[in-house]
Design a protein around this ligand. Structure first.
Ligand code: SF4
Ligand code: SF4
Length: 94
């Protein structure tokens, strides 16, 4: 399942999508330490499997929190969270 967390406002859409099928097979949980903004946490889903999610307090602040990783020019091809997730389960809408 693809779980989308975030919001949209007048300036754009700011969603992080997580492939929870990949998370349920993940043992490293690299996203937790790999994100300097502490965006992610692990929860149990409806099937009692451990999956990543975006913590509640970050969901409506993603543009602001992620700004440090997303310079206007010279943005890296892969973000720190994506580098930390060996399963390639994380994508961003902006
Ligand atoms: S590292 Fe990737 S696959 Fe593992 S829990 Fe985090 S987002 Fe999911
Ligand atoms: S872009 Fe940076 S702050 Fe945003 S989720 Fe990824 S690692 Fe965390």
């Amino acid at each position: 399942m693809i779980a989308n967390h975030g919001y949209k406002d007048g300036s754009g859409e700011y969603y992080i999508s997580l492939d929870t099928d990949k998370c349920s097979l993940c043992e490293e949980h690299g996203c937790l330490d790999g994100c300097p903004g502490q965006v992610f946490e692990i929860e149990f889903d409806d099937w009692d499997e451990e999956v990543a999610t975006v913590r509640t307090g970050a969901r409506n602040k993603l543009k602001q929190i992620c700004a440090a990783c997303k310079p206007v020019s010279g943005r890296p091809p892969r973000l720190p969270c994506q580098l930390a997730c060996v399963a390639d389960a994380i994508s961003h809408s902006w």
